[in-house]
Ligand binder design. Structure first.
Ligand SMILES: CC(C)=CCC/C(C)=C/CC/C(C)=C/COP(=O)(O)OP(=O)(O)O
Ligand SMILES: [Zn+2]
Length: 438
């Protein structure tokens, strides 16, 4: 309890609400011309900030920092979202650096010579896909990576982050997302993963890192995206999940990561992006309720030809939703080609307002909330959330949104992203073509 009789959480919440409230009150009193200036995405400034970060990354291979594939991904993906240009020498330097992080036994470590880890593998592979081109894509040793995935796979369902590491929803997502985009997904990699994720859905409806833990936005994205990629999303309690998600957008217009916690710009993607996944599911399962599916919608998600197939039987949430035979090669592709007909599940303009007015720094970079510093992680996930919200009302992901879906000038429009992998849609297609025969 504080001296005012509030808990620390209530006091912090009040302070954030007041801070954000002041920003919005000042904004509302401005003339329209000043308003549009403040709502501009500071494209050039963000690119300068990001490129400065990239230029100090690759040369120092000796550093012990275990996060550098992540830094590569956060910076490269942010630049890609902004349609930024990277010099070819820099692209080559990043490919070389990531090759030094690749373990001969498969997977990528946090730096050269470090033990392979699923999270840094996801970051490295998404970085290489974002760079694109055959030099970058051919540097990925897919055969060894498959061996690494099989080593991390646990007999009871989930994945371990690294040898001797924790089993959690992140590990499932990073393994399944990478296996899917590299065309490595098969029945062995998928076996019982759905049951593990299902055991992480909590009484609130969101998804936790491990069974028995608290539902959290980051893990909820990981859990839902995994279930879609393995063709088992109908096993989740989707109505309860959507209930939990919609209440995470607060008075500040941004999202919190979990119940009774503070708004944070990175949840623009973890929660906002998850809601855009739910919007697509809502349309694929196009009844009034999310659990009301039809066989034709289910086959739209699963595809009806291909190599790896995966049988599963539904548990508690409606055996009528069972997709008897899933084409694992095409779940990701079919998902983005599903029809999008329904209405929004969150206030996407309000979210864009939080990102542009509260997270964005006018001299470049984005942040968690007012009072915090910018960093590459928040820059990446605020921009990813901005893209997800700008495209959330589009009928399909490949067509440009209407001007009214983009807050501020239309030049704020970012590039569209594959919502399950969080790489640019165009780069996803290039990778899919490149690895088609694998
Ligand atoms: C692809 C991949 C590896 C995804 C990771 C997903 C992700 C962001 C998980 C979040 C982890 C977590 C419990 C943060 C809570 O931090 P906190 O207690 O500081 O924040 P909070 O107060 O907002 O909950
Ligand atoms: Zn954050």
């Amino acid at each position: 309890m504080t001296s005012e009789g509030l808990t620390v959480t209530q006091r912090d919440q009040l302070m954030v609400e007041q801070e954000v409230g002041k920003i919005y009150a000042l904004f509302s009193e401005l003339p329209p011309s000043s308003k549009s200036i403040l709502l501009e995405l500071q494209r050039d400034e963000h690119q300068e900030y990001l490129k400065r970060g990239l230029s100090i990354l690759p040369p120092s291979f000796a550093s012990l920092d275990a996060n550098r594939p992540w830094l590569c991904y956060w910076i490269l993906h942010s630049l890609a979202l902004l349609d930024g240009y990277i010099e070819p020498e820099m692209e080559d330097a990043v490919v070389d650096f990531l090759s030094h992080c690749q373990d001969p036994g498969g997977g990528y470590g946090g730096g050269p010579g470090q033990m392979p880890h699923l999270a840094t593998t996801y970051a490295a592979v998404n970085s290489l896909i974002t760079l694109g081109g055959s030099r970058s894509l051919s540097s990925i040793d897919r055969g060894a990576l498959y061996t690494f995935f099989r080593k991390m796979k646990q007999p009871i369902g989930g994945y371990r982050m690294h040898d001797g590491g924790e089993v959690d929803t992140r590990a499932c997502y990073t393994a399944i997302s990478v296996a899917s985009i590299l065309n490595l997904l098969d029945d062995e990699l998928v076996k019982d993963v759905g049951s593990y994720i299902l055991s992480c859905q909590t009484y609130e409806g969101g998804i936790a890192g491990e069974p028995g833990s608290e539902a959290h936005g980051g893990y909820t994205f990981c859990g839902l995206a995994t279930m879609i990629l393995i063709g088992e999303v109908d096993r989740l309690d989707l109505p309860r999940l959507v209930d939990w998600l919609v209440f995470r957008q607060g008075v500040e217009c941004g999202f919190q990561g979990r119940t009774n916690k503070l708004v944070d710009g990175c949840y623009s993607f973890w929660q906002g992006g998850t809601l855009t996944l739910m919007e697509s599911l809502h349309q694929l399962f196009h009844g009034d309720g999310l659990s009301d599916s039809s066989q034709s919608d289910a086959s739209e998600l699963s595809g009806d030809e291909g190599h790896a197939t995966h049988d599963h039987s539904c548990s508690s949430h409606g055996p009528e939703n069972t997709m008897a035979s899933i084409n694992l090669r095409d779940t990701s592709y079919n998902f983005i080609h599903g029809r999008r007909k329904g209405g929004p599940l969150f206030d996407s303009l309000a979210l864009q307002q939080y990102i542009l007015l509260c997270s964005q720094l006018r001299d470049g970079g984005l942040r968690d909330k007012p009072g915090k510093n910018r960093d590459f992680y928040h820059t990446c996930y605020c921009l990813s959330g901005l893209s997800a919200s700008q495209y959330s009302s589009s009928k399909d992901l490949e067509s440009a949104p209407l001007p009214q879906a983009v807050l501020g000038p239309y030049s704020n429009l970012t590039e569209p992203v594959h919502p399950l992998h969080n790489v640019l849609l165009s780069k996803y297609h290039d990778a899919r073509d490149y690895f088609a025969l694998g």
